[in-house]
Design a protein around this ligand. Sequence first.
Ligand SMILES: [Fe+2]
Length: 295
Amino acid sequence: MTFETQPLNTGVGLEILGLDLSRPIPEATRRDLYDAWLDAGILLFRGLGTSPERQLALSRCFGELDIHPVESVRIEGRPEIIRLANRGNVDPIVHYLDDQEIAGLIPWHTDMIYMTRPCRGALLRMIETPGQLGQTGWIDTVAAYDALSEEMKQRIQGLEVRFDFVLDICDMRFGRPENLRHGTMGTVEFGEIPPVVHPMVWDHPESGHKALMLSPVHLIEVVGMDRAEADPLLEELVAHSTEERFQYIHEWEVDDMVLWDNWRTLHMAAGTVLGTDREVQRTSISGDYEMGRLL
Ligand SMILES: [Fe+2]
């Protein structure tokens, strides 16, 4: 193996050490990286993202890359990379945490869970850190499932849950931050996105692991179960799966890259204090496994 691995501080995810991205990645190394990704779900590459070319070369080790439908967010000449930046955004979505105005806060979620075919994974490369806040966190939902009691595993076996496209995180039904208050919602328009149903427990199609996939931002109800019964169950499961022992929170340095498996993780963006600048660039790995269905 042409790199080393080391568990991240909480034991969730792996840091990749000693990988050389200054030359083409050999096929054997690519396979080892892919296996590490399947094993751990979250991979940190500290300081290795020194150019868009290196980000693309690494991202391509894990599958086909999506081209974002909105051309204005793509970076020039590299349509597979999108820019997520708050500089120049004159009308951002803002929330209050206590009395602080925060832009870009997104609590725990799985990307595109409100679609029948969520993306396979994504890779972020840090371009500009904001000085305070700006962290990204991940949760390994395989570890969260494994830590459930046998009784709870039996109880949730075969359940399906409904996810909606929730734009305002103040509308979250489960796991809403206690000190969160309404700010301004910007002017972004989204079309109608119908509710989608997924299994509560995913059998990961490649690794075979079971993952407790509850995307709290989008979670609405258990299909076919009375809310009086389902809500306490979902509250308990969301509280369990977002415990610190399943989390890795990354304090970014410029040129860090983090890759995650969107089929077995949750992630969150801490957001930035309004008026501070942060930029990351992202690639998304295409998903080809249709786990959900329209309600
Ligand atoms: Fe996300």
